[in-house]
Ligand binder design. Structure first.
Ligand SMILES: Cc1cc2nc3c(=O)[nH]c(=O)nc-3n(C[C@H](O)[C@H](O)[C@H](O)COP(=O)(O)O)c2cc1C
Length: 190
């Protein structure tokens, strides 16, 4: 295969998206979208999340040291898109209908319309140039009761239907391709 080098500015990492919920100083909730988010493990599961610029979400996390991460799926995408395209410092984000509850273990707002949500407490903050990287321990996971009998060791993504972000576009996932470790069954020149 012939390869081309392109500018690092074109970095592209297809990834799921989360509505990040935080508590405002007046006790109300605020939500935005963050896609720069991954998992890590440090004596327990953690999220690693980068928030750039100045945002109400960042101000709230630096003060409260906690947030929720609510997985964006096909059925709540446009609520999320609204949160990600509006600035919390310009007023309450109430132009679309949604509801929320406060977390069960951590005092963070959880979106009712999301099927999979993490309640997190920040354990480390790394200040970058113009961005902050938050390492946060997952204290609780709330899932839709509909997934009660799902096999948690082999989650069926087609049931959860997460949205995948590629710059400025949203995609759904396709079909299952196979299982881990099946590589021998898929060699073309066997
Ligand atoms: C699809 C999408 C993905 C986004 N991903 C990120 C991200 O990974 N990191 C970030 O700092 N901002 C990201 N944003 C921008 C924030 O969601 C946006 O600035 C939002 O208005 C912040 O809300 P706030 O002011 O209420 O905190 C994203 C926005 C969209 C629409």
């Amino acid at each position: 295969m012939e390869k081309l080098s392109i500018s690092p500015d074109w970095v592209f990492s297809p990834q799921p998206m989360y509505i990040i919920g935080t508590k405002n100083e007046d006790g109300t909730p605020n939500f935005c979208i963050i896609t720069w988010l991954g998992f890590s493990f440090n004596k327990g599961p953690h999220l690693m999340m980068t928030v750039g610029g100045t945002k109400l979400t960042k101000t709230n996390i630096l003060r409260e040291r906690k947030f929720s991460a609510n997985m964006i799926t096909e059925d709540n995408l446009w609520i999320a898109d609204y949160f990600g395209n509006t600035n919390g410092k310009e007023g309450k984000k109430n132009a679309v209908p949604y509801s929320f509850q406060w977390g069960k273990l951590v005092d963070v707002p959880i979106i009712d319309e999301c099927h999979w949500s993490y309640e997190c407490e920040v354990t480390r903050v790394i200040e970058l140039d113009g961005a902050h990287l938050f390492l946060a321990e997952i204290k609780n996971i709330q899932i839709d009761k509909e997934f009660e009998s799902m096999n948690m060791k082999r989650i069926d993504l087609t049931q959860i239907r997460p949205v995948i972000y590629a710059p400025y576009n949203y995609f759904s996932i396709g079909t299952k391709l196979g299982e881990m470790g099946e590589w021998e069954n898929h060699l073309t020149d066997k």
